[in-house]
Design a protein around this ligand. Structure first.
Ligand code: C5P
Length: 228
């Protein structure tokens, strides 16, 4: 395993992983990995190439040849994602795409096929990686692991505001049932289920602002990575 530091941030839908990852990486001057985006891009590629979401072999072949590019904005406020030279950043964020990603993410061989691609993001000076299994499977030796939680209502509301800001049409009630379903699938799948690593620090963000979450996390960074 590489000695380049990694901070892992795992948790369910809409808990604030993405925002925290970008803020923390910007603060530390580190790289980011949005592993969910890789599963989402694979779901889009499957749709484009007419590969079924349960066709494990077809999806693995697609995963191995996947031409995806991540271009963080210079201020790290967001990341543009390109699939086969097409900007898919917007399409990627819909709940339909998230649900399709969650279906193929339950397949063992598909996860295996995407493993090296995710680990390749571990570059100096360090990496902040967000997803579901960053601390348990992809970077099990990370010196700092965070697991974010929040009530379903708070998460649905945040996701609703996020999608509305991006002018993606959503209904809060259907969003709530969609994210509950997706979490359920992610938590109960046989391979790499969504669970905190045994050495993860649990942070409940229900009643916290992003600034408050950052303050707690920076405290942990200072303790665990003897920096700051
Ligand atoms: O985080 P995001 O909502 O973009 O992830 C989309 C889906 O991809 C998740 O619901 C999950 O099923 C899958 N995923 C995963 N492992 C990761 C990241 C995402 O299984 N590390």
């Amino acid at each position: 395993m590489s000695d380049i530091a990694v901070i892992t941030i795992d948790g369910p839908v809409g808990v604030g992983k993405g925002t925290l990852t970008l803020r923390l990486a910007r603060f530390l001057g580190w790289h980011t990995l949005d592993s969910g985006a890789i599963y989402r891009v694979l779901a889009l590629a499957a749709q484009k190439h007419k590969v079924a979401l349960n066709d494990e072999l077809g999806l693995c072949q697609l995963a191995e040849s996947l031409q995806v590019n991540f271009q963080p904005m210079s201020d790290l406020s967001s990341t543009q994602v390109w699939l086969e030279n097409q900007d898919v950043s917007r399409e990627l964020r819909t709940e339909t795409c998230g649900a399709a990603a969650s279906q193929l993410a339950a397949l063992t061989a598909v996860r295996q096929a995407l493993l090296a691609r995710q680990r390749a993001f571990q570059q100096p000076p360090g990496l902040v990686a967000d997803g579901r299994d960053m601390g348990t499977v992809v970077f099990p030796d990370a010196p700092l692991k965070l697991f974010l939680t929040a009530s379903v209502a708070a998460r649905a509301e945040r996701r609703y505001q996020q999608l509305k800001q991006q002018e993606i049409d959503v209904n809060i009630d259907s969003l709530m049932s969609e994210i509950t379903l997706r979490d359920q699938r992610d938590m109960t799948r046989a391979v790499a289920p969504l669970i905190p690593a045994t050495d993860a620090n649990i942070v409940d963000t229900t009643a916290l602002t992003i600034d408050e979450v950052m303050a707690q996390v920076l405290h942990l960074v200072a303790q665990k990575l003897s920096m700051l």
